[in-house]
Design a protein around this ligand. Structure first.
Ligand code: ADE
Length: 239
């Protein structure tokens, strides 16, 4: 997968794209992560990329020319046409389902703004998706882009050491994850649940499923409407 991020602050991405799982995925050649400063594509001698809004009012608006020019200057996509993703609070709320959908793509382009708005022609004629990472307002799209790229890259084949770990994640099953424990079996008088020490695989699986269901019921009951529960699980949850 190729990921290109258009931003006025490429330095913000250095640590995130170069460290931990993303850094390793990049080193292994599983993903190409690039940042492009679209100020380099400004078409005026002052290097500005924003301008006053037509019709008046406060705030500045990102001009279309540098954004279109930067996207058009990217190396051509080899396979499918790229998804061009605009980060903004008005976008569709990003979910694990969307991460899974984007992980199937070959080329993602992210547009990060820092101003009052984007010229509407960017939305209409360049962008394929508008995404928000939640109902709050950030100072810019960069951190939202990092969140989305992280959650997509970790789903790419070969990125996580143990491929299973993406399968049992919270949300990929539609439920929140069950509690995890490691050694010691007793810490400050707090014990690991007996069933996990029993070595009885079927009982462990049953306990984990029940804990997942309980945790989802208590913390995110809205998620239960979207998962298919067996009749047995439905009765168990009602008890
Ligand atoms: N830019 C500003 N706030 C944002 C949000 N919540 N999600 C995505 N991009 C944003």
């Amino acid at each position: 997968m190729r990921v290109d991020v258009l931003t006025l602050f490429p330095e913000m991405f250095e640590g995130v794209f170069g460290s931990s799982i993303m850094g390793k995925a990049r080193d292994k050649g599983l993903v190409s992560l690039n940042t492009i400063n679209f100020r380099d594509y400004s078409n005026n001698k002052h290097n500005t990329v924003d301008d006053y809004p037509y019709g008046g009012g406060g705030g500045m608006v990102l001009k279309p020319e540098p954004i279109f020019a930067a996207v058009e200057d990217l190396p051509p996509s080899e396979g499918k046409p790229p998804r061009v993703i605009l980060l903004c609070p008005q976008g569709e709320t990003f979910t694990q389902g969307k991460a899974e959908e984007l992980a199937q793509e070959e080329h993602l382009i992210f547009l990060c703004g820092h101003y009052e708005g984007y010229d509407e022609r960017i939305r209409e004629y360049l962008v394929t998706d508008e995404l928000s990472i939640g109902d709050y307002v950030l100072t810019g799209g960069e951190m939202a882009a990092m969140v989305i790229v992280d959650s997509v890259v970790r789903l790419l084949p070969g990125v996580l050491g143990n491929d299973q770990s993406a399968v049992t994640d919270s949300f990929s099953t539609g439920l929140l994850e069950y509690p995890h424990y490691t050694r010691p079996a007793e810490f400050r008088g707090w014990s690991v649940p007996e069933v996990l020490l029993s070595g009885h695989h079927a009982n462990v699986e049953k306990w984990r499923k029940e804990q997942s269901l309980l945790r989802t019921l208590r913390r995110r009951p809205d998620l239960l409407d979207k998962v298919e529960l067996s009749p047995k699980e439905q009765i168990w949850l009602k008890e």
